[in-house]
Design a protein around this ligand. Sequence first.
Ligand code: AMP
Length: 624
Amino acid sequence: MTFKELNLKDDILSAINELGYEQPMPVQEKVIPFMLEQTADLVALAQTGTGKTAAFGLPVLNMIDASRKQVQALVLSPTRELCIQIANDLKGYSKNMRGMRIVPVYGGEDIRTQLRQLDTAPQIIVATPGRLIDLIERGKIELGAIDFLVLDEADEMLNMGFKEDIETILERTPDTRRTLLFSATMPKEIANIAKRYMKNFEEITVGTRNSGSENVEHVYYVSQAKQRYLVLKRIVDLNPDIYGIVFCRTRQETKEVADKLMHDGYNADALHGDLSQAQRDNVMQKFRIRNIQLLVATDVAARGLDVSDLTHVINYNLPDDVEIYTHRSGRTGRANKKGVAVSIIHSKERFKIKDIERMLRKSFVQEQIPNGLEVCKKQLFYMIDRMENVEVSEEQIEPYMAQIMKQLEYLSKEEILKRFVSLEFNRFLSYYKNAEDLNLPEHATRERGERGERGERGSKPGGRIRLKMNVGEREGIDPKRLLGIINDVTGDKSINIGSIEVTNKFSFFDVFADQLEQVVNAFAGQSEVEVSEAKGSRSSDGGRKPEYRPRTGGGSGSYSGGGYRGGDRSYGSRPSSGSNGGDSEKPWRNRDASDRGSSRSYSGSSDRRSGSSYKGGSSSYKKR
Ligand code: AMP
């Protein structure tokens, strides 16, 4: 298909031709004809980098009347950077259209400049929600005549806490408007907005839902948490050409990792919320022009950054939310290039990888952390390749060649090569000479995390053990109350609890083997309820029977050490729904969330240490 076949006006066709766009991208092939030929609203699932700005921008420009000096289209964007970028793209597409004016308005810049630009009576405003509301309230922007409203990166806007602002804005626009909503993911909140504010909308998906780019390979490395940084360095050293973002959880961690990398001689810098806007712009610009090879960033700070040729995205920690993983990994593998999304995890996080795999419907590959020798070899041949392919400037070198030849004439070719290689390579050799193996020993890997092939609830090899509590629905137990009881009795919110199932008389939940004793002993110390190991909770080969005895005292509560005799209950099947709370697609979650009275289902587990919930596809969003 060509742009011409899409029936765009000549002055738009000439502009995109000048921009060098030869063919419409898939999202454009779908969205442009839909917009031009039909009247319904649109929800489009598309990631950044797929060409979505032109997908909505070209038809909207095509339908706007440039001679009418009124705001006819509004584009909402989550960040100032994206806002500026969209406005610039639209200006590019409309550069041959007489009288078409596009003005971006966003926070973080003197409002007076924007007020002056608004005086030019633009037909299109591209805005971040907060600044737009400010300008509406000052009476400087009037949305009463808009025909098109585009919500770009709607999921990001919700992530950033703009839900109320978006609703306020939507209510200021006429019902006759046509609404286009673009989002990389489709959480429930987006579906709700679409349902509430959009009429007869069509849904278009580009690529697989939630799956991110097909060009992204997902790999992970398992190591001890305390060796994360060393693993990161090995990954970077194994990829000398790396150009990527290292995502961290907090500003503090971002700073620490970036500082260490810089100190260790890597071409890195940090991007986080403690920097001023000017500093952030500066770092982003240096990264864009590749003055920086590795950008260490928080999710929030990296939002506005649009770089399309990253080789790697590295999750220094796994994010709490599958959608964040999708966003991060979607930053690589763009524009038909291959990319790698790397996660550094510890053994107890394997289940998170499994959950993400399920959500994305993608297989992740566990890679062995390279040893020192492999890294050195890779670096060596990288250098040799560079030497082979380096552009030699005969003219500039010629004047010195005679002297160089003379000075080195006593050395053989082999000797020269050895010395040349050593010059750059000695640093690596000495660093990696006695480098330890960062992979977890085989037995540790097996014992700690592996889930049984048989899925969620069957017998599990060593990693997780299913416990039974002698209270169930008839005692008013639901997953939330169950977690509350576990919290109260153990007094330790860092215990991971997984796969909760509540039946009429009993409740079942998983714990990790190394936290089993703590849980069981805590319950043995009180008299209210009994906790015991559920029948078939361990695999026959991988599971050893507990070698410890429960603490005694404190009433009748007892750990019966596998003493469940309540019939032939099978845990191999998934819970249906409702009180069983099972939806294994929305897995491991945080017990804090349950304390807040979340009404969500609890098929998952929790990890309070991180203080964050691990959420699947249609997760609830919170202000960050
Ligand atoms: P976007 O998803 O809108 O951020 O676009 C990603 C990149 O693709 C931007 O740099 C656009 O300029 C570019 N682009 C958009 N449409 C086309 C096209 N049809 N041909 C070539 N490049 C395009």
